[in-house]
Design a protein around this ligand. Structure first.
Ligand code: PHE
Length: 446
């Protein structure tokens, strides 16, 4: 069967960075940074990305490019039939993520229209009430969730080069420019310096165990590690793609965007005296206030609208990648058309999305004392992502034929061998041990 591929080098980097950059950077990174004390957390996060994120990414790339197939098949081609389980786990993880992620992405679209229509204007109590009323409504958030998944579906069915690569090539630069614009506006506010200090002046007494573990967890989620997403995208890479270099570039883009998101939110929040540690609601409850109070009315209106456009675009390039993992598997393994494969993934994601959306207040739906949405988030981020990445490191570092791994990482001996050796050390020892620590800690075993 004819497989798709990315057409250009820049397409490879932008599409994969498009997967990495999303709600994880713009919504999750600032709120975790806010809760974990700012600059010191960022330092630990940067170490986590370099030591654990980049090597883990390359490991997934090795499996994907060597396998040149959907995730379960790629894992079995590298390690033998039993390893396909890791690929299947990735498919499962990604469809669950797609379900709950689309609910939050749907909220962003609602906020986009609400700010466009000027419905978010009001005092703090009004804005808080708006979020509560909207997110517990049985119909509206549900519709946006479904719309978002269908939008993702429409891009994915167009295939790799015409759909995913084309959309990413346009959206990623737009995203970057929009972000910069809001950062500049935010940093020009009175007292914005407080937010900059919060982000860049580390107070290492704030680095506790839980800050370290939070930083590792955030690195997984943000780099799309452990879902077989990177493996699926790497199956569209060519033999010329330099895996180490691409992983470094993608991690750099992802990190820069996360820090820019911090620079967009904290100076503005502190400028109007809003606490940086207000948690997951930071964007939906706090920011509409910030846009109104911190900017003159017309500017505030545009900044608000731009922000939610940005968030929805970032979420879309990530949901596309989550969708592609399952689509590629269904259509290749079941020998059906790409369109039908995508349809199966869409139906599954919509089913999960409906449950997640309704569980936010419209219907009393709980698993293990959590709303279905929180449960899906917990199950994937805390358990399935670490497990997926851990096994990938074990496979590539220890079980796969070492010549195969060396050839992939050094592009058949044409790139630095010294770098390969450092990478191997990280993938064999440092990554699995750190991942095991995160995993055990999150299960409250240590
Ligand atoms: N990395 C994406 C983000 O930061 C989320 C994601 C996770 C995407 C797993 C694909 C796979 O929002």
């Amino acid at each position: 069967m004819e497989r798709g591929s990315f057409g250009t080098k820049i397409g490879v980097v932008l599409a994969t960075a498009g997967s990495a950059v999303g709600l994880g950077n713009i919504w999750r990174f600032p709120y975790i940074t806010g809760e974990d004390g700012g600059a010191a957390f960022i330092v630990v996060y940067l170490v986590a990305v370099a030591v654990l994120g980049i090597p883990g990414m390359v490991a997934e790339f090795v499996v994907g490019r060597h396998g040149a197939a959907n995730a379960p098949r790629a894992y079995s081609l590298v390690g033998g039939k039993a390893w396909s389980i890791v690929g299947y786990m990735g498919v499962l993880t990604s469809v669950i993520i797609l379900g709950f992620y689309s609910v939050v992405a749907g909220w962003c679209v609602q906020y986009l229209f609400a700010s466009l229509l000027g419905q978010l204007n009001g005092d703090a109590a009004y804005v808080k009430n708006y979020f509560q009323q909207f997110s517990t409504d049985p119909i509206k958030p549900l519709l946006w969730t479904i719309v978002f998944i269908i939008l993702t579906h429409l891009v994915v069915v167009r295939g790799v080069r015409r759909g995913i690569e084309k959309v990413s090539n346009v959206l990623m630069p737009v995203l970057f420019v929009l972000l910069l614009l809001i950062v500049v506006a935010s940093c020009m506010l009175p007292d914005a310096g407080k937010g900059v200090v919060f982000l860049f002046k580390p107070d290492f007494s704030k680095v506790t165990h839980s800050v370290m573990f939070d930083a590792l967890g955030q690195a997984f989620f943000s780099l799309s590690l452990g879902t077989a997403c990177l493996c699926t995208y790497a199956s569209y890479f060519s033999r010329q793609t330099n895996l180490l270099k691409s992983a470094g570039q993608i991690a750099a883009i992802d990190t820069i965007i996360a820090i820019l998101a911090g620079l967009m939110i904290f100076p503005a929040a502190l400028s109007v005296g809003i606490n940086p540690d207000s948690g997951p609601s930071l964007i939906f409850i706090t920011l509409p206030n910030v846009f109104q109070q911190a900017f003159p009315p017309v500017l505030g209106y545009f900044v608000g609208v731009l922000f939610y456009v940005l968030l929805a675009l970032a979420a879309l390039t990530s949901t596309i990648s989550q969708h592609e993992i399952g689509t590629a598997m269904f259509f290749e393994q079941m020998h059906i058309s790409r369109r039908k494969g995508a349809l199966i993934e869409t139906v599954l994601a919509i089913a999960i999305g409906i449950l997640c959306s309704l569980s936010c207040g419209a219907v009393d739906l709980e698993i293990a004392g959590m709303s279905v949405l929180s449960f899906c988030d917990f199950l994937t981020s805390n358990i399935l992502l670490p497990l997926g990445s851990f096994f990938t490191c074990i496979l590539v570092g220890w079980m796969a034929p070492q010549k195969l791994v060396r050839d992939e990482v050094t592009n058949w001996g044409t790139t630095s061998r010294a770098l390969y050796k450092v990478w191997l050390l990280l993938v064999r020892y440092v990554s699995p041990v750190s991942i095991a620590l995160v995993f055990l800690h999150q299960l409250n075993i240590i």
